[in-house]
Design a protein around this ligand. Structure first.
Ligand SMILES: NC(=[NH2+])NCCC[C@H](N)C(=O)O
Length: 393
């Protein structure tokens, strides 16, 4: 089945902050990441599906503080997803902790809050029928030692700069303020800060340490599925990986279009023009995981995806689903038809565009329905496409 040299591929996707529930864009990223991983596996590659849990920075601290406040005075807050987390966290922590100073309770509350939040994120992903092999926690990475090693390597490669943009030939023993990485020589538009004004490592620096960890695990290709708001961040990461891997492995970034609420059909002058975006829960309740998957895969990348719970969309998705099922149930004819499964999967994988596969699956099904019969190769091609899309009948 494989037409390319088998490679070890890591697909990182979703990686939403534990500090908020999953949104439409996360669900979209989940489906695209899942299908990219399926395509790679179909082509014979060895694939790891990974989620990066950002549990170490300011967002995680803010989550811990919100949860802590609700643990102390549960009745003072309106019920929301943070109160739900607080209820779970409160049960597992000792009472004394709630009398301690922040430095004492913060790490424990943060750990428990992240765990409870990730449990609910995992539930959402399972409901979407998307599995992961690995969850890597930012807090578990030995960032400090690893970054010193990386910075020394950058200095040797003439890529480490001080705050005035001058190259420095050795990494400082202790982190100093405004160290920069010269990523411009690797195709980036501007150098990237490695430490901030207080000498603390940036999110980008920690992300480099994380990608260095992925490289050490021996992958030939790293794929990051990011939301489009990462579009100016991504080139810095790509250049950083290029520097770290010395050309041995490559990072490729797939950007997910924003997901917006659909415009109301007849916006009234009084009502707001847009309805709120339905939550993942509502979307799943309305469409079910299968039609929701079809909906994301039907969207051609490039424009924001407008999402709504709408009878017309639901009917169209259901019809497309039935079309494929009916095509596969047609009488088998022995007329030979060309099989397009592998070259197409390869093209779609190289373009990081599962939409191409979706379109072809629909077209193929319509073609066979029109002919009133299906060839053995047609059955194989259509089944293979649907399996790769996670839509096997
Ligand atoms: N290695 C990465 N930077 N992964 C993406 C992380 C995304 C980040 N947690 C967010 O929700 O915006």
């Amino acid at each position: 089945m494989s037409t390319t040299k088998p490679q070890r591929i890591n697909v990182e996707f979703v990686s939403a902050y534990p500090s908020r529930p999953l949104r439409g864009e996360d669900a979209y990223a989940a489906i695209i990441g899942d299908v990219l991983a399926r395509m790679a596996a179909t082509l014979g590659h060895e694939v790891t599906r990974e989620y990066y849990v950002n549990d170490a920075g300011a967002q995680a601290d803010a989550l811990a503080r919100g949860v802590y406040a609700r643990c102390l005075a549960p009745t003072e807050f309106e019920a929301d997803e943070i109160t739900a987390l607080a209820a779970a966290v409160r049960k597992g922590l000792s009472k004394d902790l709630f009398e301690a100073v922040e430095a004492d309770w913060l790490p424990a509350v943060r750990r428990a809050a992240v765990e409870a939040a990730m449990a609910s994120i995992r539930e959402g992903l399972t409901a979407l029928d998307v599995q992961f092999d690995t969850f890597t926690h930012e807090s578990s990475l030995e960032t400090r030692g690893e970054l010193f090693r990386l910075f020394s390597d950058f200095a040797r490669k003439d890529a480490l700069m001080d705050s005035s943009g001058n190259l420095i030939n050795a990494a400082p023993e202790k982190p100093v303020e405004r160290l920069m990485l010269d990523t411009v020589s690797r195709g980036d538009l501007r150098p990237r800060p490695l430490t901030d004004g207080d000498g603390r490592y940036t999110y980008y620096a920690a992300d480099l340490a994380y990608h260095s960890d992925k490289l050490a695990r021996g992958y030939d290709l790293l794929i990051d599925v990011f939301r489009k708001d990462h579009s100016s961040y991504a080139p810095g990461l790509i250049a950083g990986v290029d520097l770290m891997s010395a050309g041995k492995a490559k990072l490729s970034v797939c950007l997910i279009d924003p997901v917006r609420p659909a415009l109301a059909e007849e916006p009234s002058p009084r009502a707001p023009a847009v309805q709120g975006l339905p939550s993942l829960e509502e979307l799943l309740a309305y469409y079910g995981a299968r039609l929701l998957r079809r909906l994301f895969l039907t969207h051609a990348p490039g424009e924001p995806l407008e999402l709504a719970c709408c009878t017309e969309i639901r009917t169209a998705l259901l019809d497309a689903d039935k079309l494929c099922a009916s095509a596969l149930a047609l009488p088998i004819s022995d007329v030979d038809a060309q099989s397009l499964e592998t070259p197409l999967t390869e093209a779609a994988f190289n373009a990081r565009n599962p939409h191409m596969l979706m379109k072809s699956a629909n077209e193929l099904a319509a073609q066979f329905i029109k002919a009133g019969k299906i060839t053995p190769k047609g059955t194989a091609a259509l089944s293979q496409l649907l399996a790769t899309l996670g839509l096997a009948q």
